[in-house]
Design a protein around this ligand. Structure first.
Ligand code: MTE
Ligand code: MO
Length: 206
């Protein structure tokens, strides 16, 4: 007879070990959510806020707060990864899939990239494929509450599969392009795409 420990009854939902969820070089910040902003937090009044999708689209479109909220939306729970090495697991965000906005505008033939613009002038570029197929969201709630101004409220971009600098806060415009155009951090030496699983932090990283 051996003295194996025996677990009876409920074993719990199997989930991957934490390390399987932590990209290389990252640490788990727990419930802490650091604020990372290159600019002072702007006061964005949601009743005077608009989001425009334009550029390489069939028809530009602008949504105000009410119109955005009237679109089909949902809550998605994701892990976020900042290039400064913190990751935060299981953050629920509520908003509209970018694909829903693109459906309204129609993507022009030849569109390859998108630049997200913030009210402050901050920009970040993404391959169009990275914001399609429900991989990117325009969100207004996080952790079950309205996004605070510090975290990009009233509305920010959310692209959880890339480093969090791609998730522009105080979002006002998604500009589709037929070429790539580096944004604020990308011009400053950060990686053009920023996949945390490939550790694409800086230009020259694979
Ligand atoms: N407008 C704007 N958006 C931004 C940034 C910024 O400086 N300005 N910082 C980016 C970076 S580097 C990160 S890690 C996240 C930080 O979001 P948080 O402050 O909600 O954690 O926002 C991204 N979006
Ligand atoms: Mo970041």
């Amino acid at each position: 007879m051996t003295d194996e420990p025996v677990t009876r009854g409920f074993v719990g939902r199997r989930r991957p070990a934490q390390s399987d969820r932590l990209p290389p070089g990252q640490y788990d910040t727990g419930r802490l959510w650091p604020v990372l902003s290159a600019e002072p937090t702007p006061a964005v009044d949601r009743d005077r806020w608009e989001l425009t999708v334009d550029g390489a689209v069939l028809e530009s479109h602008t949504w105000d707060w009410a119109a955005l909220r009237a679109l089909p939306h949902s809550t998605t729970t994701v892990d976020i990864h900042c290039v400064t090495t913190w990751s935060r697991f299981d953050t629920p965000f509520t908003g509209v899939s970018v694909e829903t906005l693109l459906d309204v505008c129609g993507v022009a033939t030849g569109a390859t990239h998108v630049v997200a613009h913030s009210r402050t002038g901050y920009t970040t570029n993404l391959p169009l494929d990275d914001v399609r197929a429900d991989r990117a969201w325009v969100v207004w709630d996080a952790d079950g509450s309205p996004l605070t101004p510090e975290h990009g409220g009233p509305v920010r971009l959310l692209v959880p599969h890339l480093y969090f600098w791609k998730s522009a806060k105080w979002l006002t415009r998604l500009e589709l392009l037929d070429h790539d155009e580096p944004g604020f951090w990308e011009r400053g030496g950060y990686h053009d795409r920023g996949d945390p699983w490939r550790e694409q932090r800086y230009q020259g990283d694979p």
